[in-house]
Ligand binder design. Structure first.
Ligand SMILES: *[C@@H]1O[C@H](CO)[C@@H](O)[C@H](O)[C@H]1NC(C)=O
Ligand SMILES: *[C@@H]1O[C@H](CO)[C@@H](O)[C@H](O)[C@H]1NC(C)=O
Ligand SMILES: *[C@@H]1O[C@H](CO)[C@@H](O)[C@H](O)[C@H]1NC(C)=O
Ligand SMILES: *[C@@H]1O[C@H](CO)[C@@H](O)[C@H](O)[C@H]1NC(C)=O
Ligand SMILES: *[C@@H]1O[C@H](CO)[C@@H](O)[C@H](O)[C@H]1NC(C)=O
Length: 431
C-alpha cells in the first residue's frame, strides 16, 4: 500500500527543480515536461499502468498552484480508475495568498477522502455534498477562517477530525459530532468553543482532544464508557466538579490531561485499574485529598504532573519511583510534604518537608522556580540524616550553600598541603 498521506505543496521553483532532479529516475515512460504550466491533459494513457489524472482535477490543482508536472499520482494518493485516475488525498500547506476556494473547484475534487489545510489562511466556502460525504479525514491547522459547527457537522463519514487554531462558531460540540457515526479521533484545540461536553460519545473513539477552549460544566460519567480511548485531553478549559469515580473504566487510556481547569475532589481510586497509563497531567486544578500510593505501582508511567493543586499529607513516593519518571512535578501543593527518609532534600520537589507527624514544616522554597527537571532530580545525593526539626532546617541551608562550601573545602585542603610541604622542606633542610 502507498502511504495514506502524501504531502503536496504549492509549487515553488525550488520544489520544481527538485522534481526535475528526481523524476528522470521514475520508471514510467513519459515525455519530459517543457514548462511548469504545460500539463499533458489530452494524452490518454499510453500504457495500461500509466497514471493519468482526471483533466478536471489537474486543472483544479493548477488553480491551487500545486505543481502538476509529470503524473501527480506518482506523488499523491490516487485511485486506480481508468482511463483517468482520481485524487484521494490532498494536503495544502502554506498556500500562496492568492489561493481561493470555490464550490466549483471543490466539486472537481469531490473524490477526495482526506483533505488537509496547514497554514492556509483562506475563508471557508460551501463544500459540495459529494465531497462532504466522501471525506474520512479533515484537518485544518491555522487555516480555514469562519468555520462553524453546522459546516463541520455535514462531514457525516469522518473518522478523523482535526481542527487547531481556527475559531469555530458553535454553541457546543454536540452540534458538530452528533452525525459522525464513524468518528475515531477528534481534536478541536484552541478553537474558542463554548458550552458543555457532550453526553453521548461514539464508542469507537480512541482520541479526544478539546484542549484550550472555553468548555464549562462537569466531565460526564458517560465519557468513561469509551473502552477504546487512548488519549484524552481537556486541558485549559473551565471544567469544574469532580473526576468521575468510574474514570478507571477507561481501560485503554495512555495519555490524559485534565490540567488547567477548576476540577475538585480526589483522584479516584479506580485510576489504579488503568494498566497502560503513560502520561497523567492533573496540574493546576483544585484537586484535594491525599495522593494515592498506587500511582507508584503504575508500570508504564513516564510523566506525572500534579502541581498547583490542594493535595495534602505525605507524598507516598520514594526516590527510585521519581527517578524512573521522565517528568515529575508536584510543587504548588501547600499542604503536601515529603519524608526525608525516603526522598533526599536535593530533589527540590518544591514542597515542604514533613515533621514527625506528617505535617509540612517549611514553607515551600521559591514557588515560582521551574520545579524539578529530571536532571535536577536524578542529581540527588545521599545525605540522609536522623530526624529532628532544627536539624532538617539546617540541612536545607547547607543544601543551598552547597557549591561555595565545596570550593572552601578545596581551598582549605590546598592550603594545608602547602603548609605541610613547607614544614617538610624545613625539616629536610635541617637534616
Ligand atoms: C457517507 O454518508 C452518506 C450520508 O450520511 C451515506 O449515504 C454514504 O453512503 C456515505 N459514504 C461513504 C463513502 O461512506
Ligand atoms: C466500531 O468499530 C467496529 C470495529 O471496527 C465496527 O464494526 C463498528 O461498526 C464501529 N461502530 C461504530 C458506531 O462506528
Ligand atoms: C493537551 O493539550 C495541550 C495543549 O493543546 C498540550 O500542550 C498537551 O501536550 C496535551 N496533553 C496530552 C496528554 O495530550
Ligand atoms: C504520551 O505521553 C508520552 C510521555 O509523556 C509521550 O512521549 C507521548 O508522545 C504521548 N503520546 C501521545 C499520543 O500524546
Ligand atoms: C518517614 O519514613 C520512615 C521510614 O520509612 C518512617 O519510619 C516514618 O514514619 C516516616 N515519617 C512520616 C512522617 O511519615
Amino acid at each position: 500500500m502507498k502511504p495514506k498521506y502524501l504531502t503536496m505543496r504549492a509549487s515553488t521553483s525550488a520544489t520544481f527543480l527538485l522534481l526535475l532532479l528526481v523524476y528522470p529516475t521514475a520508471t514510467v515512460p513519459t515525455p519530459p515536461p517543457s514548462t511548469t504550466d504545460t500539463v499533458s491533459t489530452q494524452s490518454p494513457s499510453s500504457s495500461s499502468t500509466s497514471s493519468t489524472l482526471d483533466p478536471q482535477q489537474l486543472r483544479a490543482l493548477q488553480f491551487l498552484h500545486i505543481s502538476t508536472t509529470h503524473s501527480p499520482c506518482t506523488r499523491l494518493s490516487c485511485d486506480t480508475a481508468t482511463p483517468f485516475r482520481h485524487l484521494l488525498s490532498l494536503d495544502l500547506t502554506s498556500c500562496p495568498s492568492d489561493v481561493h476556494l470555490s464550490t466549483t473547484l471543490l466539486s472537481a475534487l469531490s473524490t477526495l477522502t482526506s483533505l488537509t489545510f496547514l497554514n492556509c489562511h483562506i475563508p471557508v466556502v460551501h463544500f459540495p455534498t459529494s465531497l462532504s460525504n466522501n471525506l474520512h479525514s479533515f484537518t485544518s491547522v491555522n487555516s480555514l477562517q469562519r468555520l462553524t459547527g453546522v459546516f463541520l457537522s455535514r462531514f457525516h463519514n469522518l473518522t478523523h477530525l482535526y481542527i487547531s487554531g481556527d475559531p469555530i462558531k458553535a454553541s457546543g460540540i454536540r452540534i458538530i459530532t452528533s452525525n459522525m457515526k464513524s468518528l475515531n479521533s477528534i481534536t478541536l484545540s484552541n478553537t474558542r468553543l463554548t458550552g458543555y461536553l457532550p453526553k453521548d460519545w461514539n464508542p469507537n473513539l480512541t482520541h479526544v482532544d478539546f484542549s484550550k477552549n472555553k468548555l464549562k460544566g462537569t466531565i460526564p460519567t458517560s465519557l468513561t464508557l469509551l473502552k477504546n480511548l487512548k488519549v484524552l485531553n481537556f486541558s485549559s478549559n473551565n471544567l469544574n466538579g469532580v473526576i468521575p469515580n468510574s474514570f478507571g473504566d477507561l481501560i485503554s487510556l495512555q495519555n490524559v490531561s485534565l490540567s488547567s481547569n477548576s476540577l475538585s475532589g480526589p483522584i479516584p481510586g479506580s485510576v489504579s485499574a488503568i494498566p497502560g497509563l503513560v502520561h497523567l497531567d492533573l496540574s493546576s486544578n483544585q484537586l484535594n485529598g491525599v495522593i494515592p500510593e498506587f500511582i507508584s505501582e503504575m508500570k508504564e508511567l513516564k510523566y506525572l504532573n500534579l502541581e498547583n493543586n490542594h493535595f495534602h499529607g505525605v507524598l507516598p513516593f520514594d526516590a527510585s519511583f521519581i527517578k524512573r519518571l521522565d517528568v515529575f512535578k508536584i510543587g504548588g501543593n501547600d499542604d503536601l510534604c515529603y519524608n526525608h527518609s525516603t526522598i533526599s532534600t536535593d530533589m527540590n520537589l518544591g514542597i515542604a518537608l514533613c515533621d514527625k507527624h506528617g505535617m509540612p514544616i517549611l514553607p515551600p522554597p521559591a514557588t515560582n522556580e521551574p520545579s524539578s527537571s529530571v536532571a535536577d532530580l536524578v542529581r540527588g545525593g545521599g545525605d540522609e540524616g536522623d530526624g529532628g526539626d532544627d536539624d532538617t532546617e539546617k540541612k536545607n541551608q547547607v543544601n543551598v550553600n552547597r557549591g561555595p562550601s565545596k570550593v572552601l573545602l578545596g581551598v582549605a585542603i590546598g592550603l594545608s598541603a602547602m603548609v605541610f610541604l613547607i614544614i617538610f622542606l624545613i625539616l629536610l633542610f635541617k637534616c
